[in-house]
Design a protein around this ligand. Sequence first.
Ligand code: NAI
Length: 699
Amino acid sequence: MTAEYTVQGNIALITLNNPPVNGLGLATRLAITDGLAQAHADANVKAIIITGAGKAFSGGADITEFGSPKAYQEPNLLSVILAVEAATKPVIAAVHTVCMGGGLELALGCNYRIAAPGCNVALPEVKLGLIPGAGGTQRLPRALGVEPALNMIVSGEPVKSELLAMVPGQQLFTRMATSAETLLAEAVAYAAEVADMRPLPQVRQLPSRHPQGDAYFQFARNMVKGMAKNFPAPVKCVDMVETSTKRKFDDGMALERETFINLMWTPECRALRHLFTAERAASKIPDVAADTAQRAINAVAIIGAGTMGGGIAMNFLNAGVPVKMLEMKQEALDRGLATIRKNYEAQVSKGKLKQDKYEQRMALLSTTLSYDDLSDADLVIEAVFEDIGVKEAVFKELDRVMKPGAILASNTSTLDVNKIASFTQRPQDVVGLHFFSPANVMKLLEVVRGEKTAKDVLATVMSLAKKIKKTAVVSGVCDGFIGNRMIEQYGRQGGFLLDEGCTPAQVDKAMEKFGMAMGPFRMSDLAGNDIGWAIRKRRYTEKPDMKYSKTADLLCEKGRFGQKTGAGWYDYVPGKRDAIPNAEVVKMIEDHRAALGITPRKISDEEIVQRLVFSLVNEAAHILEEGIANKASDIDVVYIFGYGFPVYRGGPMNYANEVGLFNVVQAMQRFAQNPLDDAKFWQPAPLLAKLASEGKIFG
Ligand code: NAI
């Protein structure tokens, strides 16, 4: 049982108890209906309170039941709410801390609702590509009023109970408690007060009205359509709230159910639900127990105050962790400090950060030129030049000065973390922390696990990532880790497409239409074309058989490194990020094509998208097979949070699953026939071939 039934005097209490947030899983639902039945059977009971133990009234549906038949097994949530409504004794919801989704829908089915102040109230279903499916769209407008209800349903954002209680005429909270501590006692008193009152009030009996009806909903629909773009659910939220004003309650409920079920099977909803679980699963490492003891991180040191060092420092300052930055020269420290200040000041001037908070954060930051000043740091993150010799010198110094048990991390994007660990006498304390640029903005953090990295180091950095609001994914050691190793194949395909007949703008447009935040050439201009150039130069000697288009090298030979030089695949006006196509670059590509004797062909957007996305998928399948990534969903998290892959497609692996792995393999076999492409690369990775032949998907 995941709810407890107790009786206080002549009040029955059903206390949901399904940690962490009293999710309404099958056992909890059964316990509620059971509690209602007991309360009715007991002549002594005059009223019933439903409340939640621990840190929530209820966070709603039990996410572990998502997609499983258990979610629909009777009593489903709708039936539970009907049972509450059918009660012949008054039912009072006593809500506190968290009252969301199905939890709020359950409360709306009760006759009375008393709320503690500070309770986060929301219908967040839209964030999973859904609408509330247990009466939320029909009852909330009746209880709270059409406009505030629509606002809550369409945004999915939580609102504090005390604010909701201020909405004129609202019946959402029929009473406010003075505090969370006194909620239960006040609820019991409230129950005694209403025990004999009849008829029992019901939200379904209240009217749902808007004085400007049609005009208001038309306006709301236009606004939401513009903002929701690729997601169908938000507009359906508007439709459903409008339905509450125009149709009978039971008709509205039937329509809500039908819409909910239809949305559940849209690719967008599947993608959002996939990401929801993928993000949570990413923090779990198969061989590291969830209760592994962690090292305390109370002070952080950062080596190198350049592009990355400064951004990394800001993450910790924002989380209230003191940071000491080390550089070789005072000028470099001054430059780094000035950049951090500039970033914070921009936030202050936009009103996103209060002046006193900015000052508090800066007060946590100190600088030094001496390694001997770092001995009190619990974690040091190295962000110096990407050169193994420089890293060696730094790590030898760190090994000398850092206290025993300190974690030694590198932000390297390509170098071998095992080798870096070997520069120290404590390889078990060394880990890769690969932040993405700009490090204070990008959510992704690749945690690179060396051969000898200790489990408690991993457990510590994974929970530290949460503290600094990053989404962390564990990667094994390989060139480029998960994200950049895949992007190299994507970039190679981009190059072949130019050789075969595309312009950079055509490729970018196709990918942006697919939903990527930026096409490959705009992205390369942003990151710096010189970075890829350096990698390719290395590849030409390391892997002479690997085929590349030469166009990107020709571009770099012209000094067109991207936004930082004002010119790359596109031109840029100083201070602006708009990519302006450049005729000379197009001519450079055409001349190169002619020199190779290639007759350009018209390439469809579909081919562009498939070649680029499936190149990611094939490389990812190798990454999975080699155990570099723990699971396919980790790869999706990397691409959504680090590379601007469209959320509504759920990441490259989820997209491949949606397309069907059989179809993905078929396409790869077609691409392998193209003499201008790389036939060897397009051999489906064994894992992919196996899954496709067995009719399975990436799990
Ligand atoms: P950067 O050139 O902007 O900054 C490096 C800083 O390190 C400079 O301020 C330099 O003075 C300092 N430095 C160099 N040697 C030092 C030493 N021995 N002791 C103390 N300070 C030293 O470079 P950036 O872009 O910040 O890159 C740093 C690291 O982060 C590299 O390993 C890079 O691969 C990695 N990285 C870079 C990303 C990017 O987009 N820029 C993304 C992810 C990782």
